[in-house]
Design a protein around this ligand. Structure first.
Ligand SMILES: *Cc1c(COP(=O)(O)O)cnc(C)c1O
Length: 497
């Protein structure tokens, strides 16, 4: 099985090579050649443990790894890291189901992929006889950096440097990163904003290429961002697992279609659901849920992708995105036309927009629908669900829950699985405000200036345990306090090679 660029049929690599490359040399993303996926017998998978499901999926999509190797990768990735039975529990809430993806080390769904990616990189180095070390460079606005640090810490053959904007992340996010342990990790604050960090990292990659920076040093630079197929593949696991759980719980019969509502930013999580569907899992509708940055909602409704629009800061910051990178993969799968994808991406780069034909959009709409929730709507959903079901969700999950609720209103009474992507304790202020608003006067409702204090208040209000990685953060020892100028970023890499 080979992988190709979404923009060029003749750029071909094996799966492990694609993992080591990250992005194709022409800027495209790797997808299975011709969009053809291995068929999996879902009936034999859905009742297995998450680790066993993971092994089957890894082996199917990366056949260079035997099933046995794939299972040991899954153990290395997940053993002892998730504070929940079988990694990603499914909870029945009202007539629907919530798939809790946030029980990993950093309390966000990115852990599912970022625990696995380093293991895949380590094993891919070995498969390809590469003796170089991989040095991961990541710019973060808060969450990805911590999840990547936890995933890569002390993984043989790898190192990681995370750059975050000084003063530009929350107190909790800063504390999570500044207290990071591990022999191969660096955390650096940059004087500037997130865009400065991100463009700084891009410049380093360009400079390294142009001036052969890594030559003779036994190091390769790479990134952990969500376009790597090694991050995408592990996200398929929980769609199978959720399907099995809903069947076991009597929500649907085996073989019935199941709908999923997914809080979406870069389109990675929901695209994994599409891959599961293409591999034979009876997935009905994939509901793409956004916040006020609703570029995707407009796209699915009109066929015009247009990033030329205001950017809003919302209570669901991980979905504050105007360019959804992984959508490029869907465009390839739907059109199977790399030249067309290349043209669209060129148009996106130069004009900020591209348009799909009505026929193509109808193919897309056969699997996807889209909706968005404003901050007010998301908060209202949080309050409502707390009042009616005594279940609390974070603002990202609330966008997907709101979209699911509206999808029911237009006529579907099948159960929907809502993907829950973060612990309430990652966004405690919004959640405290939402419950306060819902039950005015009954309990608290105003977040404190101090986020740690707000976390404690939320715990008192809800009784939900604070995850291990977040409790006691305030008093943990700071191990990283380096602050640099943008202009010093390149040197910071050279120093750590
Ligand atoms: C990253 C993230 C998302 C969006 O996932 P994509 O794969 O980028 O679409 C949603 N919620 C949370 C909490 C996230 O961290």
């Amino acid at each position: 099985m080979l992988y190709q660029s979404t923009r060029n049929d003749s750029i071909l690599l094996t799966g492990t090579q694609a993992i080591l490359e990250g992005l194709a040399e022409d800027g495209g993303l790797f997808v299975p050649r011709g969009g053809s996926l291995p068929a999996l017998d879902y009936r034999s998978l859905i009742h297995l443990s998450s680790l066993e499901i993971a092994a089957h999926i890894l082996h199917a999509l990366l056949p260079e790894f035997s099933e046995e190797e794939a299972l040991s990768l899954a153990h290395a990735a997940y053993d002892g890291k998730f504070a929940a039975e079988d990694l990603t529990p499914v909870v029945k809430v009202g007539g629907d189901y919530i798939l809790e993806l946030f029980h990993g080390p950093t309390s966000a769904f990115k852990d599912v992929a970022l625990c696995m990616l380093p293991q895949l990189i380590r094993a891919s180095l070995k498969k390809n006889g590469v003796t170089d070390k991989i040095l991961i460079l990541t710019a973060t606005s808060g969450d990805t950096g911590k999840a990547a640090l936890e995933g890569f810490k002390d993984v043989e053959g790898t190192g990681i440097i995370v750059y975050y904007p000084d003063g530009g992340v929350s107190a909790v996010q800063k504390a999570q990163m500044a207290t990071q342990e591990g022999r191969n990790v660096s955390v650096i604050a940059v004087r500037g904003n997130f865009d400065d960090c991100q463009s700084g990292v891009k410049k380093i990659f360009a400079e390294a290429e142009a001036s052969h920076l890594t030559d003779g040093r036994g190091v390769r630079l790479s990134s952990a961002n969500s376009i790597n197929i090694g991050r995408l593949i592990p996200q398929i696991i929980y769609y199978y697992k959720a399907y099995g759980k809903v069947v076991e719980g009597g929500g649907i019969r085996l073989g019935d279609k199941l709908d999923f509502s997914v809080p979406t930013g870069n389109f990675g999580d929901i695209f994994a659901g599409y891959l599961a569907k293409e591999m034979g899992l009876p997935v009905g509708r994939l509901i793409c849920a956004s916040n006020k940055n609703n570029v995707l909602t407009d796209f699915f409704r009109t066929g015009v992708y247009n990033r030329n629009r205001p950017f809003y800061k919302t209570i669901s910051p991980s979905m504050d995105i105007l360019i959804s990178s992984n959508l490029e993969r869907l465009l390839y799968f739907i059109t199977r036309d790399a030249a067309a994808v290349k043209t669209m991406m060129a148009s996106l780069a130069s004009e900020g927009t591209y348009t799909l034909s009505e026929a193509t959009m109808n193919d897309i709409r056969a699997s996807f629908s889209a909706d968005f929730a404003t901050d007010e709507e998301a908060m209202q959903s949080i309050g409502e669900l707390w009042q009616t079901e005594h279940y609390l969700m974070d603002p990202h999950t609330a966008a997907a829950y709101t979209a699911a609720k509206r999808y029911h209103e237009v006529g579907s009474d099948r159960p929907i699985v809502v993907l829950s992507t973060a612990s309430i304790y990652k966004f405690p202020s919004a959640v405290v405000t939402a419950i306060g608003g819902a039950i005015s006067g009954a309990i608290g409702g105003t977040p404190s200036e101090n986020e740690f204090e707000t976390m404690r208040r939320l715990h008192e209000m809800s009784g939900v345990p604070i995850p291990k990685g977040l409790a006691g953060l305030e008093t943990r020892r700071v191990l990283h306090d380096t602050v640099i100028e943008k202009s010093e970023m390149l040197q910071s890499v050279i120093d750590r090679m």
